[in-house]
Design a protein around this ligand. Sequence first.
Ligand code: TPP
Ligand code: MG
Length: 670
Amino acid sequence: MSATPREMANAIRFLAMDAITHAGDGHPGTPLGAADICTALFTRHLKFDPTSPRWPDRDRFVQSNGHGSTLIYALLHLAGYEAFPIEQIRRFRELGSHTPGHPEYAPEHGVETTTGPLGQGIANAAGMAVAEAMLNAEFGDDIVHHHTYALVGDGCLMEGLGHEVISLAGHLRLGRLIFLYDANRMTDDGPASQAVSEDYMARFACAGWHVQECDGHDQDAVAAAIAAARADPRPSMIKCNTTIGFGVPRIQGQRVAHGGKLTDADCVAAREFLRWPHGRFVVPAEVAGEWRKAGRRGAEARLAWEARVAAMAPEARAKFERLMRGELPPGWDQRLLEYKRAATASAPTQPTVRSSGEITRALSHAIPELVGGAPDLEAATQHKRDMRPFSDGDRNGRYLHYGVREHAMGAMMNGMAAHGGVVPYGATFLVFSDYMRHAMRLSAMMSLPVVWVFSHDSIGIGRNGPTHQPVEHLASLRAMPNMAVMRPADAVEAAECWQLAVANRAAPTVIVNSRQPLPPVRLTHTDENLCARGAYVLAGPVGGARRVTLFASGSEVSVALQARALLHEQGVPTAVVSVPCWELFDRQDLTHQADVLGRGTVRVAVEAAVKLGWERFVGEDGGFVGMSTFGASGPEAELFRHFGVTPEAVVEEVRRRLPAAAPSPALAAA
Ligand SMILES: Cc1ncc(C[n+]2csc(CCOP(=O)(O)OP(=O)(O)O)c2C)c(N)n1
Ligand SMILES: [Mg+2]
């Protein structure tokens, strides 16, 4: 006798309960409540093949309510994913297991993205749906045609990020995006009604979504709703009414089901209630067999797909396979070398954000899969050049009009990068990085190749005032592990930073640009990417051995160069080190580091931002010229004077540290 759909869902429930009680930790409410929804999805609709977790045309499944991670682990185990044998379910939440506290990015195992911070998963899903729509438009239904499903809880829909994404996905009519809403109307603190009273059905509908409601414990109803969702050209939301903690008499429908302690007695009572006379971690053969059958459903489709790929025209096939490998087109960075050579020759005095915009224009021709966006700051950031908008009517566009939705942009770029086949970058003002900080953090955690571009990087923006003047942002982003923060000083460095950012397919990069024009600092061309060193001696000492080392990044490199000129007038041999990227400097050999650091010389750093962290360059006795307060509104040059970020202030910091034995010529003459 084959297993019933309810028994198949119960297998998820008991694996989850056994994992949670074994670990003594975990959230039972979601796996117990949403087991029927996911069984209907995995056994009747989801296109996947556990023997090929990275099959490019698989449907994507994102469990956005990642606190209930035992759900996805049980699903992957039951469906037959190699990375999830029963031992892994036993090792739930253990260090080094494939079954950690929240789902973590492991597409090779079957986990599409890291979730847990509520709202991120559904936004990732929307980004995946964008990538799918772009690739579908280019390669056709035979090669790319898959759905993105996200299991969504009340929490994801309360988050502001959730709303940004609902609004944008509806506007873009992402028809192959389907949200399965686990509508148990309960959150950690109790009934969701304590904090929300709006009608979610109406909210999605008014954003242009196809909406349905069904009994989330009736698998036929859920499966039928998914079929209708797939048939509709709009993104779909299926409100699946469920009981949180379903099957455990003491907790079901109660607040405590969300994350309360599950006892052995609960497991006994649930086994009785759901008629599950099997031991811990035991899935009876007929249920396991039925699940394996469901897991094998997709193999035929995958083989047929592989045959279609093999039959593609050679050029299209080569491009498709290159995109799926995540490789850039051969010779893509030639354009950057040309840009660098031209910039050295023309030596423009211009904002680095303009250089960055020119560079993305060149890259958009060299890398057709480059996908850009700048949440309603296209004019101010200039990162749209030559790019066609991606819209409901034109899926071949590669520029997303995100609207004023930074957080959605960030999390959607992560989804695009996780999906593969596109190379996302997004540009906005540096202060607004705070609005998408969590998405940035997750891109670093997942090592996703997203390029985070910022402009308006300091008090140099002038009259917009302190709300728009970043002060602590460089330090805070530099503190983020696995995130390379780059701040180019001129057009040449901007090209070098972009080269490094795009070439790095294994981690995200931040590129921070100025709004105000900056004079060129790199006046002779070299093919070598000097920014790759993280920090390098830009200008050496004159008239003797180096006595002073000045460190600066971005707009302050020219301040340091002016200070060096003043010091040279005073007979003090001074080197200027440009420091575009601390993270890359950390990876250099000790000889290069020592050469740059100039230990034993007087060391002063200048940056129009807070000092935090510069001690590592200047040492405990070194000096710093920068900001210690928020900025102010006023003309840019006046602000630099007002806050004392000037060549004269740098010279003063140096002079206070020069040994008395070496007075300046001016002082000696006096
Ligand atoms: C951004 C964010 N804020 C808070 C939390 C902590 N948290 C985890 S689950 C949860 C409640 C979620 O409720 P719901 O999505 O309805 O899940 P359910 O209780 O139904 O399982 C909260 C507040 C989080 N993970 N992410
Ligand atoms: Mg809930």
